[in-house]
Design a binder for this molecule. Structure first.
Ligand SMILES: Cc1cc2nc3c(=O)[nH]c(=O)nc-3n(C[C@H](O)[C@H](O)[C@H](O)COP(=O)(O)O)c2cc1C
Length: 513
C-alpha cells in the first residue's frame, strides 16, 4: 500500500507532550555528573580485558545513566530550545522511561527509582530494602502517547525501535564501566510492571500510562540476577510515593490500534533462552582513540548529508562486522535471542565497491532461505573480492541505487546522499512462531542494529540516521521479495553529515548550575 499509516494531519502544538516524566512527591536522589572522568576509549568497549572494572556504587550508576539515557546537549534556534540525549529517538520524542531497582548501597537506599534525565537525578518511587545484591536491575517502559502525538498509528513501532536503541545504549555505557548486562528474557510484562510500579493506576490517575518493555541485570562481577519471585511480594506491601505528571492536558487524537497491539504482544513468563553461540573470528580492533564518553555524547543523527564523501572499504567491512551477533561482544552480549534480521543495502559511495544493491546475512543458517526470498533474475549473488571470508555479504545488482533509496525512504535525501543506506529485513513469521510477544523483540533487534550503526559510524568519522519512514512494499518489490513471511522493519543511512549552522549547541546540564 503506497500510503502512510493513519496519523494526525499536521501537528497540534498545543497538545505537544512534556518530554520529561516526573513523579511529584517522590523522594529525590541527586546524581553527580562524572562521565568525563571515565578514561575508557571507545575501542576498548570491544576489548573488555583492557577496561578497568568499576565498583558498583552510586557514582558509577550515575555514569551508566548519564552515558545511556542522559541528555547529551541542548540545541537552540530562535526562540526554541530542545534536549538531545545519548539514545536517539524518532522525532526526538523520547517515549522510553527508565527505572533502577537496587538493594541498599551508600547514597542510594534500596528501592525502586525513576530516572529523571532532565536534571540527571533519581526519584524514589518505593523505599524498601530489596534483596538485590552484586548488581542492579534497570527496567524500561514506553509512553506511547509521546510518539502517537506526532506519528499516530506508527507510534507503537517507533516506541519499540527506541526501546532497542535504549537497550544497546545501556549496553555500551555498561561496557565502558567494565560491567556486564543481561536481558532477563524470562520475565513477563506483568512482573516487570509490578516491580517498577507501572501497574499502580492510583499513581498515574489522569497521566499517560507506561507500558512495560524489558528488564536488564547489570553487574560488575557476574553476580546472579535478582528475581521477580523475591521482589514482587516486597514491593507490593512497601510504601510508594509520587504521582506521574500529565504530559498533555487535552489530547486531540486517540489511536485505539496502539493499545490493541500492545495487549496482543504482551509477554508472559517464559523459560530462559538457551545460550547462543556465535562462530565468527573476533571483531577486528577499531582504530578510534576517542574516549567512549565523548563519542557516546557526540553521537548525532545527521539531518543532511554532503552527497560526496566516500567511506573506505576497510571501515565499511569493519562496521558490517560489528553488526554480527557475536555473543561475547557489546551490545550483542545482552541479546539472548537468535538473529532474525538481515540487511538489504543500497551502496552509494564505498571506495572499491561498485554502487548497487547488496545483502548482509547475519545468520549463516538463513543464507539458503534468503536465496529463495530475494528473487530477481538479475541478482548475481557475488561476494566482493576484498570482503572478509566470514562475512556473508553479497552483491545482488550493480547500478546507481540512489533514486530508489531516496524514494523508498519516504523521499528523504539523506538516504541517497550518504555512503550507504539499508533496510532491515526480518524473518518475521519464524520469529513470531515463539509467540506474538516476539513482535516487539524484532523491533528491539532492529534498534540495537541502529545503535551499533550510529556509534560505529561516529567512530569512523561519519554519522548515521535512523529512518523510521519507508515504503515497505516498494522495498520488497525492488529486492524481489514476494514472500510475506519476511518483512522490512527499519531503515538506516550512513554518510558525512552536514551540520546545521543555524543551530546553537549548549552543554547538557548547564541548567543544573
Ligand atoms: C526509530 C527512529 C526513526 C527515525 N526516523 C527518522 C527519519 O525517518 N528521518 C530522520 O531524518 N530522522 C529520523 N530519526 C532520527 C531522529 O530524528 C533523531 O534521533 C532525533 O531527532 C534525536 O536526534 P539525535 O539522534 O541527534 O540525538 C529516527 C530515529 C529513530 C531512533
Amino acid at each position: 500500500m503506497q500510503r502512510y499509516a493513519a496519523g494526525p494531519h499536521g501537528l497540534d502544538w498545543a497538545s505537544q507532550p512534556d518530554p520529561f516524566r516526573r513523579f511529584a512527591g517522590a523522594g529525590r536522589v541527586n546524581l553527580p555528573l562524572m562521565a568525563d572522568n571515565l578514561s575508557t576509549r571507545y575501542k576498548d568497549i570491544h576489548a573488555p580485558e583492557r577496561v578497568q572494572v568499576r565498583p558498583l556504587n552510586h557514582d558509577n550508576i550515575s555514569v551508566l545513566l548519564e552515558l545511556s539515557l542522559g541528555i547529551s546537549a541542548w540545541k537552540q534556534y530562535e526562540g526554541s530550545r530542545w534536549a538531545l540525549r545519548c539514545n536517539p529517538s524518532s522525532g526526538n520524542l523520547h517515549p522510553t522511561e527508565t527505572y533502577v531497582v537496587c538493594g541498599d548501597m551508600e547514597g542510594l537506599p534500596g528501592g525502586v527509582y525513576h530516572y529523571q534525565s532532565f536534571d540527571h537525578g533519581l526519584e524514589q518511587r518505593c523505599a524498601c530494602p530489596l534483596p538485590v545484591s552484586g548488581g542492579v536491575l534497570i527496567g524500561l517502559s514506553s509512553i506511547h502517547w509521546r510518539e502517537a502525538w506526532k506519528y499516530g498509528e506508527r507510534a507503537f513501532r517507533y516506541c519499540q525501535h527506541d526501546t532497542g536503541h535504549a537497550l544497546a545504549a545501556i549496553g555500551y555505557a555498561a561496557a565502558a564501566l567494565g560491567w556486564r548486562i543481561r536481558l532477563l528474557s524470562h520475565w513477563g510484562d506483568e512482573q516487570i510492571a509490578r516491580v517498577l510500579g507501572l501497574d499502580r493506576s492510583q499513581d498515574y490517575a489522569q497521566a499517560e500510562p507506561e507500558e512495560p518493555e524489558l528488564i536488564l541485570w547489570v553487574t560488575p562481577d557476574g553476580s546472579p540476577a535478582a528475581e521477580f519471585e523475591a521482589l514482587i511480594p516486597l514491593v507490593r506491601t512497601a510504601k510508594w510515593r509520587g504521582r506521574a505528571n500529565l504530559l498533555t492536558a487535552n489530547p486531540q487524537h486517540d489511536w485505539p490500534v496502539i493499545a490493541e497491539v500492545a495487549t496482543a504482544t504482551q509477554k508472559p513468563v517464559t523459560p530462559p533462552e538457551p545460550n547462543r553461540a556465535g562462530d565468527w573470528p573476533p571483531l577486528r580492533e577499531n582504530p578510534c582513540e576517542i574516549q567512549a564518553a565523548t563519542l557516546i555524547r557526540r553521537r548525532r543523527s545527521m539531518q543532511a548529508c554532503d552527497g560526496n564523501t566516500a567511506m573506505a572499504c576497510d571501515a565499511f567491512y569493519r562496521l558490517l562486522d560489528a553488526l554480527l551477533p557475536r555473543s561475547d561482544t557489546t551490545p550483542w552480549n545482552t541479546w539472548p535471542y537468535p538473529p532474525r534480521i538481515h540487511l538489504l543495502l543500497f551502496v552509494h559511495r564505498i571506495t572499491g565497491l561498485e554502487p548497487g544493491l547488496y545483502v548482509l546475512i547475519r545468520d549463516e543458517l538463513a543464507e539458503k532461505r534468503l536465496q529463495k526470498v530475494l528473487l530477481r533474475d538479475e541478482f548475481d549473488w557475488r561476494k566482493p573480492a576484498d570482503c572478509p571470508s566470514h562475512l556473508a555479504f553479497f552483491r545482488l545488482l550493480e547500478g546507481d541505487a540512489r533514486q530508489a533509496s531516496r524514494t523508498i525512504s519516504c523521499h528523504q535525501e539523506i538516504a541517497a546522499d550518504g555512503a550507504f543506506s539499508l533496510g532491515m529485513l526480518a524473518d518475521f513469521s519464524r520469529a513470531i512462531e515463539s509467540g506474538a510477544w516476539y513482535y516487539r523483540r524484532l523491533f528491539w533487534e532492529a534498534g540495537i542494529l541502529g545503535q551499533v550503526l550510529y556509534l560505529e559510524a561516529e567512530a569512523a568519522g561519519i554519522q548515521g540516521t535512523g529512518i523510521g519512514c519507508y515504503f515497505d512494499d516498494a522495498m520488497h518489490d525492488l529486492f524481489g521479495i514476494r514472500d510475506s513471511r519476511w518483512q522490512c522493519l527499519y531503515h538506516f543511512t550512513v554518510g558525512k553529515g552536514v551540520p546545521d549552522t543555524r543551530l546553537q549547541t549548549l552543554p547538557p546540564y548547564g541548567h543544573r548550575d
